[in-house]
Ligand binder design. Structure first.
Ligand code: FES
Ligand SMILES: [Fe+2]
Length: 434
């Protein structure tokens, strides 16, 4: 029996129990619908508040293919604005980030407040009584922030962010509370990769605990030979079905890999990093009462939380998926620092070193897989992508928080993704700027 029902024309028969059609990765019409019905059609991650900490700060982002500006006005309130002049359509902001009380369109100099309202128009005598300035503000996105994470949508029927992604956000709480009272700060667009592959290949992979022991075997085996067993992700080698890692359905398309049960001592099991002995010795000497706990938060959390459709929380980092075309995706890693009064600042130097590690030595393996999947999926005579692992082995159970949970190699996350994907793609919710 299929759990996917009432598939509309155009998507008819493309998503089945345990398999999906290759065209979902290669069809441009499907991609274009995703860019409105998923990106902006549901709550979509836009930015972190630490990227725009002061009044009048802004960052420019994409919501699907739409250019958008996330701003903080003079009173510190957040806004999401469509970067599209209401005169003849030019973008009004051309910088990636900065500080601005107003955005003045370079074409004819219409000028907008950083909260969106149209403030001034040059040579106003050219406009008669029909010109209603109040109706000519920038399009506004519905934005909500959860503990610094700013999400936006153009879907006015969605429940509030915390209701919609409540389960995933409760897992995010655990990630944020590793050092109680700490705030995270993003390092700006730290590590950026362009991939010749469909964006969903990246989301698929983010909760794929089946691949690391194979795709990253050279890295893992080299480390095992050099530093011994137990170091950094060694638990992904061998029979992961018999291991302690799990995957879970975090609801509404969100998914979660939990590796924490495999990590007895974070610091001792960390990947080696340049200069670690000197920094660790300094932390132990200067802050003996918190040193061991502080060294543990240098190391990745052992959590991989994927918030539909574009935010991946990996270890200590954020990865944001920005689709560019049906077969081209921008993949951006943001390193994070932790700030708390009782947290040694040296921790962040070590965190940065460790956060250079996997994007440099592991991510190229993943990127090669994404691009080779895209190449394979372009073959028209082979239709199906198999996502049925552990679908009918009886390995899934009701796990923590009452969430459907399975062994880490379970393709449950892909099936969860496709269920939400289809729901959003079928939705006739109205998408509208405010
Ligand atoms: S297009 Fe922006 S002022 Fe004319
Ligand atoms: Fe990987």
């Amino acid at each position: 029996m299929t759990r996917y029902q009432s598939i509309p024309t155009g998507l008819d028969g493309l998503v089945e129990e345990g398999r999906v059609h290759r065209s979902l990765y290669t069809d441009r019409a499907i991609f274009e619908r995703e860019m409105t019905h998923l990106f902006g059609g549901t709550w979509t991650y836009l930015a972190h508040e630490s990227e725009l900490p002061e009044p009048d700060d802004f960052v420019q982002r994409r919501l699907g293919l739409r250019r958008v500006i996330v701003t903080r006005d003079g009173e510190g309130r957040l806004h999401g604005l469509l970067n599209r002049c209401t005169h003849r359509g030019a973008t009004v902001c051309r910088q990636a980030e900065g500080k601005a009380k107003r955005f003045t369109c370079p074409y004819h100099n219409w000028s907008f407040a950083n909260s969106g309202e149209l403030r001034s128009v040059p040579l106003p005598r050219g406009y008669g009584p029909s010109f209603d300035r109040a109706k000519l503000g920038l399009g506004k996105i519905r934005v909500e922030s959860y503990r610094g994470f700013v999400f936006g949508t153009l879907n006015q029927s969605l429940p509030p962010l915390q209701d919609h992604y409540g389960t995933a956000l409760s897992i995010l709480d655990e990630w944020l509370d590793r050092w109680p009272g700490a705030e995270i700060k993003l390092r700006r667009r730290t590590h950026r990769l362009i991939c010749n592959g469909n964006w969903k290949l990246i989301y698929d992979n983010a909760a794929d605990g089946y691949h690391p022991g194979f795709s990253h075997a050279s890295l893992l085996r080299m480390r095992k030979a050099r530093y011994g067993g137990g170091v950094d992700m060694q638990w992904t080698l061998g029979d992961v079905d018999a291991g302690l890692q799990t995957v879970a359905d975090a609801r509404n398309g969100c998914t979660f890999i939990d590796q924490r049960a495999e990590i007895a001592r974070y610091w001792d099991q960390a990947a080696p990093m340049p200069g670690e002995e000197a920094y660790a010795a300094q932390i132990r000497a200067r802050y003996p009462e918190v040193a061991e706990r502080a060294l543990d938060v240098v190391v990745g959390s052992g959590m991989n939380l994927n918030i539909f459709p574009n935010l991946l929380v990996i270890g200590n980092q954020l990865q944001v998926i920005e689709p560019l075309d049906v077969d081209r995706t921008d993949l951006i890693w943001y390193a994070t620092a932790l700030e708390a009064p009782n947290l040694p600042p040296e921790v962040n130097t070590l965190r940065m070193r460790l956060q250079e590690d996997f994007p440099s030595f592991g991510e190229p393996d993943d990127l090669a897989n994404f691009e080779e999947c895209q190449a394979g999926l372009s073959i028209p005579e082979m239709d199906w992508v198999h996502v049925g692992r552990h679908m009918d082995t009886g390995a899934e159970y009701d796990g923590p928080r009452g969430l459907t949970t399975g062994p880490v190699s379970d393709e449950l996350p892909m099936r969860v993704f496709w269920t939400e994907w289809l729901k959003r793609m079928q939705s006739d919710d109205e998408m509208r700027a405010l």
